[in-house]
Design a protein around this ligand. Sequence first.
Ligand SMILES: C[S@@+](CC[C@H](N)C(=O)[O-])C[C@H]1O[C@@H](n2cnc3c(N)ncnc32)[C@H](O)[C@@H]1O
Length: 245
Amino acid sequence: MKRLLIDYKGNRYLIDEGRDIHTKYGVVKKEDLAKVKHSGAVKSHLGKDFFVVEPTVVDYVEEMRKPAQVVYPKDSSMIIGLTGIGSGSLVVEAGVGVAGLTMALANAVRPEGKVVSYEIREDHINAASKNLAAMGLSKYSEIKNKSIYDGIDEQNVDMIVLDLGEPWLAIGHALKALKVGGHLVSYSPSVEQVKKFVLALPKDFREVRTIEFILREWEVSSERMRPNTRMIGHTGFLTFARKVC
Ligand SMILES: C[S@@+](CC[C@H](N)C(=O)[O-])C[C@H]1O[C@@H](n2cnc3c(N)ncnc32)[C@H](O)[C@@H]1O
């Protein structure tokens, strides 16, 4: 089981049970971690405080190993929030990568819904499957080793999300698979991809809009309140389109 360890400075460590955790503030012993059932405090061998909590999907995606580019919670929360998917929704996505977005989607549609992912790389399917299993999300997910450019098997789909190089090649398949009122979403790092995708959308899609979500955190203390000097730079553009007929 995965756990999230937070040190007294706020540094976070996604950890497996049954191992000593070596940090710059000392070693947290596996025996001490085992005593904490769900959440609680432990001390390192240097007497520093650490806190143990159960990781959410957001914690997991932020802290997991990322051999491939992932959609971060900043953008996955917009996809989920602006399309209104929830328990019972049927969602299709491509590609799965290491399941950064898949985990957020599966968490949103459970326990009644499902996410079907199309992915052409077997190594990514394996990494994604491990990540989904680690968060107990496998039963809300199915991964197909198939190119989405060759077709979508599902029907009456609530939302299709495309995070791959040439999303415009999947528009025709998405139109057939989506239910009327369903959402097509494309996540692209470059604005050239956005333009090509939007210009390829047929009139069956309306409410087309492209957004870039810029997140700026603030430092708040008794001494000063000001925007954080460091912020997340560009991640990607999100284009939303709704099938209306
Ligand atoms: C940027 S990654 C996706 C990252 C993923 N959304 C996440 O959050 O972890 C793009 C993925 O699309 C896959 N891919 C590329 N072309 C594809 C296609 N035609 N059909 C399905 N998957 C494809 C790639 O192998 C890669 O894993």
